[in-house]
Design a protein around this ligand. Structure first.
Ligand SMILES: [Zn+2]
Length: 105
C-alpha cells in the first residue's frame, strides 16, 4: 500500500528541485539532462498518486492520459477486472462511485 504523505513529500521535493533548476542559467549539457531527469521523476511519482477515473460522454477514462477504458455502464466489470493502474500510462486509479466519493481524494 502506498504512503500518500511520503509520496506527496517526494513530489513536492522534486517540484522544488525543478523550480530551482529553472531559475538558474544553463551552464552545460548536464543542466538539461538534470532538468529532464527531474521532470521524468516527477511524472513517475505523480502517476503513483491515485486519481479517480474520469467520466466523459458516458465513458470511463484515465485522468492522466485520457484513454477510454469503456462505458460507464461497464464500471462494475472494470472493478471486477481489478485494474489498479491505467494499462496505457500506469496512472494509479481509484475505482469508487462518483456519487459517493469526492473527486481527487
Ligand atoms: Zn492513463
Amino acid at each position: 500500500m502506498i504512503n500518500k504523505e511520503r509520496l506527496q513529500l517526494s513530489i513536492q521535493t522534486v517540484k522544488e528541485n525543478i523550480t530551482i533548476l529553472e531559475s538558474q542559467e544553463p551552464e552545460d549539457a548536464g543542466y538539461y539532462l538534470q532538468l529532464e531527469h527531474e521532470k521524468m521523476v516527477l511524472d513517475a511519482l505523480e502517476k503513483q498518486m491515485p486519481k479517480h477515473y474520469e467520466l466523459w460522454n458516458g465513458q470511463c477514462c484515465c485522468p492522466n492520459c485520457k484513454k477510454i477504458f469503456g462505458s460507464s455502464l461497464q464500471l462494475e466489470l472494470l472493478r471486477y477486472w481489478d485494474m489498479p493502474y491505467c494499462k496505457f500510462c500506469g496512472q494509479a486509479l481509484i475505482w469508487k462511485d462518483y456519487s459517493t466519493e469526492k473527486v481527487g481524494e
